[in-house]
Design a binder for this molecule. Structure first.
Ligand SMILES: Cc1cc2nc3c(=O)[nH]c(=O)nc-3n(C[C@H](O)[C@H](O)[C@H](O)COP(=O)(O)OP(=O)(O)OC[C@H]3O[C@@H](n4cnc5c(N)ncnc54)[C@H](O)[C@@H]3O)c2cc1C
Length: 115
């Protein structure tokens, strides 16, 4: 029978839960992290910090396109499709990459992580 004994059980795989799971794993503790939604990351990754910064970056890029002449480039007036901007803010590859490298699966101590 599998050993189900744990030092720590964490409810929620948001920033808080992930950081605690990661630190506990690095300290050699047996940890189970329970996340009720389909994916880890919580509000910060899916709705808050990360998408909001990507939206701000999209606004900066649109602004720079309009100001091209200040930099010796042709001015471009972008046609902003908010639904595409919003989609990009949630599917940005950099988001996934940075999360994957910072998440608890960077530590092989976690049993749920792929080998
Ligand atoms: C627009 C916006 C921008 C933000 N920008 C920043 C920023 O720039 N910098 C910053 O530091 N913070 C920012 N924040 C705040 C940041 O998002 C929160 O501080 C952070 O998400 C809190 O993390 P958490 O793990 O405590 O909770 P959450 O992110 O809410 O995660 C909780 C997790 O627990 C899961 N859960 C809930 N109940 C259960 C249950 N019973 N069983 C199992 N799982 C459960 C949820 O599904 C969720 O995944 C921003 C927030 C918003 C809304």
């Amino acid at each position: 029978m599998a050993n189900t004994e744990r030092d720590l059980i964490i409810l929620g795989g948001g920033v808080g839960g992930l950081v605690i799971a990661s630190v506990a794993g690095q300290l050699g503790r047996k940890v189970t992290l329970i996340e009720k939604s389909g994916s880890l990351g919580g509000d910060c990754l899916h709705y808050g910090c990360v998408p909001s910064k990507t939206l701000i970056e999209s606004a900066k890029v649109a602004s720079l396109m309009r100001r091209g002449e200040e930099f010796g480039l042709p001015q471009v007036i972008p046609r902003v499709d908010l639904s595409r901007v919003s989609k990009a803010s949630r599917t940005n590859n950099m988001t996934k990459l940075s999360f994957a490298s910072a998440g608890p699966c960077s530590s092989s101590r976690h049993e749920s992580c792929p080998a």
